[in-house]
Design a protein around this ligand. Structure first.
Ligand SMILES: *Cc1c(COP(=O)(O)O)cnc(C)c1O
Length: 427
């Protein structure tokens, strides 16, 4: 037995699962090489922005209290703005998560009487309460912001006629979600998003467009902000935090939109001038620096998972050979037992809490019970190897992350092992 197999075997992976994995990997070399080329480009892009803005050790100094004249915070925002090619950026540990960043972007730029339009179907679960699609205290609906939605056509493409009809007098802001989230639709390429933005702006010049960029950062060499988005929004415990950011969110966009976000996040009159960095700057810079390669590793894991599971009869979105626009891989396991086994495998392969057993629970912001496997250094971080999904048809797990490709590979093999052990998959 080779040394790696022996080590894996000691951790619970059988020779049969290991060899099946190796066989799957053989044909993936050209795709992995392409991912490495994208990572190299994005690494240079981040480096150039850090150099241009003269990042120095002084930027890592912690600040407290009001955080006036916080050089580290202000420079980091310039670095983000340069990478996303925007006029301005708001990048803060005070933004608690992705949902919060999106909420700030929406509530800062929508006023009573305005209408919000989603031309790509139902938004991500937690956004439904933010908008008021599911009634909730302090939703946009409560503040008099109405909402309209145009679903995707059955083939997953944009319903341009429907969108033209839906854009009206009141339409102020269009929200586009890049990644599929917990839905079974394809994720969109930045190019597709650009076409949709151009269309919306041709129907109504001046309409604002926000893109929910969660899980999409650095998967391609361009971002939604390169194709006309007024605000590009995401979470630092996903791609751009590179696994090192312990908290935070970002909004990159036009000066006007981002300034309003600053006023919404802190207070009118204060805006971006306040907000101490609490000593988190080194993690936010270093994580952003690592993010392109971390994302590449996670993407390799997603492709490996699809190529491992699809031939065994489990439908995968994206499918094994499909192009990738985010780091999410969904695998439909067909039963709750399958979801549990998959998540047990991911958990068992984790560096932290590997001894825990994930179980479904009622998570705030979600309408169905959700199961989550995450043995993460940062709680809930889904750029780290993780799997989750709502307990509902088609019993799909959404698998993502892995700070290193080797860890992603081990976790995916372990997930398959648990399914094989429970008689839910056969090689
Ligand atoms: C994760 C995610 C969010 C919400 O982010 P949280 O950090 O979990 O609040 C919003 N939209 C999409 C598409 C996501 O994947």
């Amino acid at each position: 037995m080779d040394a790696l197999l022996e080590l894996y075997n000691g951790m619970g992976i059988s020779p049969a699962v290991y060899h099946y994995g190796q066989q799957v990997l053989e044909k993936l070399a050209p795709r992995f090489a392409e991912i490495d080329r994208v990572a190299e480009y994005n690494q240079a892009k981040v480096l150039a922005a850090m150099q241009k803005n003269r990042v120095s050790a002084a930027c890592f100094a912690g600040t407290t209290g009001y955080g006036y004249d916080d050089v580290g915070r202000d420079t980091l925002e310039k670095v983000y703005a340069d990478v996303f090619h925007t006029e301005a950026a708001l990048v803060r540990p005070q933004i608690t998560c992705g949902t919060h960043a999106l909420t700030v972007a929406l509530s800062a730029n929508l006023l009573p009487g305005d209408e919000l339009l989603s031309p790509v179907g139902m938004p991500y679960d937690t956004l439904q309460e933010v908008i008021g699609i599911r009634q909730s205290p302090c939703s946009l609906a409560e503040y008099g912001v109405s909402y309209r939605q145009v679903d995707l056509l059955p083939d997953g493409s944009f319903d341009y006629d429907g969108i033209r009809r839906a854009i009206g007098e009141k339409t102020k802001l269009v929200t586009i979600q890049r990644s599929k989230g917990y839905a079974s639709r394809p994720s969109f390429s930045v190019e597709q998003i650009g076409e949709l933005i151009a269309f919306c702006k041709s129907v109504k010049p001046g309409v604002l467009v926000m893109v929910d960029n969660c899980y999409g950062e650095f998967v391609e060499t361009i971002e939604p902000s390169d194709v006309g988005a007024d605000m590009t929004v995401g979470s630092l415990i996903k791609n751009p935090g590179g696994g090192l950011a312990p908290v935070g969110g970002y909004i990159c966009g036009t000066q006007e939109c981002v300034s309003r976000c600053g006023y919404r996040l802190s207070a009118p009159g204060l805006g971006q001038e306040v907000g101490a960095n609490l000593g988190l700057m080194q993690a936010l810079y270093q994580g952003f620096f690592l993010a392109p390669t971390v994302v590449a590793g996670a993407e390799k894991g997603a492709i490996f998972a699809a190529n491992l599971y699809e031939p065994l009869g489990f439908p995968c979105i994206p499918s094994a050979d499909a192009p990738r626009y985010d780091i999410i891989q969904s695998v439909a396991l067909g039963s709750e037992a399958g979801m549990l086994a998959f998540c047990r495998g991911i958990q068992a392969a984790a560096p932290v809490d590997s001894f825990a057993t994930p179980l479904p629970w009622d998570m705030p912001g979600y309408s169905d019970q959700v199961i989550m496997a995450a043995g993460a250094f940062v709680q809930g971080s889904s750029i780290e190897l993780s799997a989750d999904g709502p307990i509902r048809e088609p019993y799909a797990v959404y698998f993502q992350g892995g700070l290193t490709w080797a860890h992603a590979k081990l976790g995916i093999l372990m997930s398959l092992q648990k399914l094989v052990d429970d008689g839910l998959a056969a090689l």
